[in-house]
Write a protein that binds this ligand. Structure first.
Ligand SMILES: [Zn+2]
Length: 388
């Protein structure tokens, strides 16, 4: 049972969690639900679909469109529950001791629910600056949905003066996050019986050389530029998966691995990827091809997003601190859509939202009711700001 004194957002969150918007699924059922929510209040919405028509971003504006306003940005997709053991059904919001359990409760349907919970209040007030709702798809698979949302938004409204990305920060003002580049390397060798090993080209051996290169770059980066506001103050590298070979007595002709760089804002993320590719092309491939011409190393990008690097004294940072009632700020290791708002449209952006990233993506993900209350207070103050 949900407690009687629960904030308005709890009921809305219950509805949102009920839609299984795992990134591999369509999010349209949730989008239709939110459209109906706005339509019932006479607010027009804009759907920005993906190329398959299976997913969509949603934009809604309350207040005048021709003056700079505020963006409330959140993603509608969630990470899978596959292989996780949950105490209760992940798609049924369940309260236990003031904590609301459900997939996406914290990352980040809690924020979406708080935003929607304030719509009636926004309508009741005479907003002189608009508040834009910017709900995206496919954030969890590399911030893929939000670019088309941002492009459409800035085509249709005056350039917003501030954007709040509501990822879970426990309502701390987050002004920076790292950029990310992730790639898959596909190493093609030549197979033969292992007793004839020198006649083949061992794809695993050559993949291992490149994996070691990625690791050595990480070791060097550890002595490079650093920013003490990050938990991990330096740019990092990492190999996360590797697959190759079929049997010990066969020289493997294929080995794939996935690697990434998490890059401090201001550092050249693409140059790091280029260095890996250059090493493959100049140091590894010539040796492989000398023995079998069909061999080689190919790369596929998995995901790429820019970092966020908002100044501690920027107007958006000051505003967020005032609305949150706090003076501190932080930088985080994980990525968000924030960097895209700056990169595509130069909209000043900070990340601030209810819940803790500690609970994101895990089994028994939850958000505390008290976090929703904090976020609703933040939004109440934003509404005050928008009436001035
Ligand atoms: Zn998220």
């Amino acid at each position: 049972m949900l407690q009687l004194a629960a904030p308005r957002s709890v009921g809305i969150l219950k509805d949102l969690v009920g839609f299984d918007t795992t990134s591999r699924n369509s999010n349209l059922a949730l989008i239709s639900h939110v459209e109906a929510f706005f339509a019932a209040r006479g607010i027009a919405t804009t759907r920005v679909p993906d190329e398959t028509g299976e997913k969509a971003n949603l934009i809604a504006t309350i207040g005048p469109k021709d003056v700079p306003g505020y963006v409330l940005s959140g993603h509608t997709d969630v990470v899978p529950v596959d292989g996780q053991t949950w105490t209760s059904d992940p798609f049924t919001l369940t309260e236990r001791s003031g904590l609301l359990y459900g997939r996406g409760a914290c990352d980040m349907k809690g924020f979406l629910a708080c935003c929607l919970a304030k719509v009636d209040e926004m309508l009741a007030r005479d907003l002189v600056k608009p508040i834009h709702f910017a709900f995206s798809y496919d954030e969890e698979v590399g911030c893929k949905g939000v670019p088309s949302l941002i492009e459409r938004l800035v085509e249709t409204v005056a350039l917003p003066e501030a954007c709040f990305v509501g990822e879970p920060t426990e309502m701390q003002v987050v002004i920076g996050h790292k950029a990310k580049r992730s790639y898959r390397a596909i190493v093609t060798g030549r197979t033969c019986h292992s007793s004839l090993a020198p006649q083949g080209v061992n794809a695993i051996d050559h993949a291992a050389r490149l994996i070691l290169k990625v690791r050595e770059m990480g070791v060097e980066l550890a002595d490079g530029p650093s920013d003490p506001l990050y938990d991990v103050p330096v740019t990092t590298s990492h190999t996360g998966t590797v697959a190759g070979g079929t049997a010990l007595n066969i020289v493997p002709d294929r080995c794939d691995f996935a690697f990434e760089f998490r890059v401090l804002p201001g550092e050249d993320a693409d140059a790091l990827v280029d260095e890996v590719m250059r090493f493959a092309r100049e140091e590894i491939e010539p040796e492989m091809k000398a023995r079998a011409r069909e061999t080689g190393i190919a790369f596929e990008q998995i995901s790429s997003f820019p970092g966020l690097d908002t100044a501690a004294d920027a107007d958006v940072t000051r505003l967020a601190k005032r609305l949150a009632g706090r003076n501190d700020h932080a930088k985080v290791a994980y990525g968000t859509e924030g960097g895209r708002f700056v990169e595509i449209a130069a909209i000043p952006t900070v990340v601030i939202g209810p819940g803790s990233i500690e609970q994101a993506h895990k089994a028994d993900e939850f958000i505390a009711v008290s976090e929703l209350v904090k976020c609703e207070i933040f939004l109440d103050r934003l509404i005050e700001e928008a009436t001035r």
